[in-house]
Design a protein around this ligand. Structure first.
Ligand SMILES: [Zn+2]
Length: 478
């Protein structure tokens, strides 16, 4: 071990991480949760155990920016207990991670999992089958069982693609049973998440969302803050649009949600919308806005002043919403120090949950806008995809980086695959060359759910076949 490495390791291990440990060692997963009668899923994840990922190129994504070209990560009972070099851990399984990039799992910040199973039916090349007309038409045809099948499909796809935390932006909650079904699917897949309770696609614009049922959800599902956080998804008061929720209805919702103490989220992108939100006091640190497009300079200042956070979905924003809402204002918001993260939006509409592609899309967007050599460095993009996303979700004490005391959300990426080799700078290779098939291992909250590139404890065939049956049913009814 070189002097620099040992200095780095010492500094790293005696850093501020000890304080995290107490907060990150909460109780078992969903132990007090109600069962969903209509589903009987098999256990989806392997039990926790102790192991060391040995000799990988460790990208810690910690605040000091420390990487270990030949480092170890020691995991016990779902927690990262040590990160460094030549860690000794008697009794732990040693897993060879040489020739791997070892990094935090991706943190996704806005994803409509309920329509994952509509993939293929949603078409970008046919206005009648576009995302909005199709989800509006078929959303009311979705049963709770459909919600379960679709959310489980998306969550499984996410895990296999290296996403270990996601924000389920649930805007087809038509009944309490739909809410329970989506929550149950997240629980069964063992993925860390925020569930943002929304509305039903057929809810009249003049009717507020079901705050009473959200209160029930808080009581019944709010007991595992390490794995599941709750929030609310709001309809947009889109200026000039016939689909806008009336301001007085929105105000009732915002006031009610603030009484419940829940974070909120809303789609933006349409010009003038943030001004409308500011006029009713809806902006604040409890608000996550989505689609950083179409903002005026004044709106950007209001965003920065009120300390809200922004989720960017570059794949969707470069395709579906680019014409309507303009380019992604990453650089402007970064300059104002607005917290930013990355998201899928819909893997039904954007075709997959490939977070490498999401990172690349932001890079391309910013590169094209700047017209100069790459001003958005690959390391910064990986930051947005991991620790910055965790910060956006209020989960940065729990996940998003490889530090002692944090929950173990980790992926390993093969450096010797044909599309990756040779790797000189791991960040550059991840952003320019990476794809989900390069992921060798996924550790979600300490449980290995993908190993040697294959699912562990996740019945992919069953999940896929049940999602296809669900989609066929929805389409036949719709
Ligand atoms: Zn969205």
């Amino acid at each position: 071990m070189c002097d620099l490495c040992s200095l780095r390791r010492r500094d790293f291990l005696k850093g501020a991480f000890g304080t995290v440990l107490g907060a990150a060692t909460g109780g078992g997963l969903f132990s007090a949760l109600p069962a969903l009668a209509q589903t009987s899923p098999a256990p989806a994840v392997a039990p926790p155990r102790e192991f060391v990922l040995r000799g990988g190129h460790v990208l810690t994504m910690n605040a000091a920016g420390i990487d270990l070209p030949a480092g170890d990560v020691h995991i016990r009972d779902g927690i990262i207990v040590a990160v460094g070099e030549n860690i000794s851990a008697a009794g732990a399984e040693i897993i060879d991670a040489a020739d791997m990039i070892v990094m935090p799992g991706f943190v996704e910040t806005h994803w409509h999992l309920w329509n994952t199973a509509l993939r293929g039916a949603i078409r970008a090349d046919d206005p009648k089958a576009g995302y909005f007309p199709l989800t509006l038409r078929l959303g009311p045809k979705c049963t709770p069982q459909d919600a379960y099948a679709s959310v489980r499909l998306g969550a499984a796809e996410g895990l296999m693609s290296g996403i270990t935390t996601l924000h389920n932006w649930a805007h087809n909650i038509r009944t309490p049973e739909h809410a329970n079904a989506e929550l149950q699917a997240l629980k069964d897949m063992g993925i860390r998440s925020r569930f943002s309770y929304g509305w039903g696609q057929d809810l009249p614009l003049t009717s507020p969302m079901n705050l009473a049922d959200l209160t029930r959800v808080q009581k019944e599902w709010g007991g595992s803050p390490n794995m599941l956080r709750l929030g609310a998804a709001l309809r947009s008061p889109t200026p000039g649009s016939r689909g806008a929720v009336p301001i007085d209805v929105l105000k009732v919702e915002v006031d009610g949600l603030r009484k419940l103490g829940l974070p909120m989220t809303m789609h933006t992108g349409v010009k003038g919308l943030v001004d409308v939100l500011a006029s009713i006091g809806a902006l604040g640190p409890d608000m996550m806005l989505v689609h950083a497009q179409g903002l005026s300079e004044g709106e950007r200042r209001a965003v920065a002043y009120t300390k809200l956070v922004y989720s960017m979905s570059p794949v969707i924003e470069l395709s579906f919403s680019a014409v309507r809402s303009g380019t992604i204002q990453y650089e402007e918001l970064k300059t104002l120090e607005v917290p930013l993260g990355l998201s899928i939006d819909s893997s039904g509409a954007s075709a997959s949950a490939d977070f490498f592609n999401v990172m690349r899309a932001l890079m391309w967007s910013d590169w094209q806008r700047s017209g100069a050599p790459l001003r958005l460095p690959p390391r910064r993009i990986v930051q947005l995809a991991t620790i910055d996303g965790a910060r956006l979700m209020g989960l940065d004490k729990i996940t998003g980086s490889l530090e002692p005391g944090k929950r173990a959300d980790i992926i390993t990426v093969r450096k010797l695959d044909l599309n990756m080799a040779p790797v000189q700078d791991p960040y550059y290779s991840l952003v320019f060359s990476g794809q989900p098939s390069n992921i060798d291992m996924v550790v979600a909250d300490g449980r290995i759910v993908r190993r040697n590139g294959a699912a562990v404890g996740i019945d992919v065939n069953k999940i896929v076949s049940e999602a296809i049956a669900s989609a066929n049913g929805i389409l036949s009814r719709g």
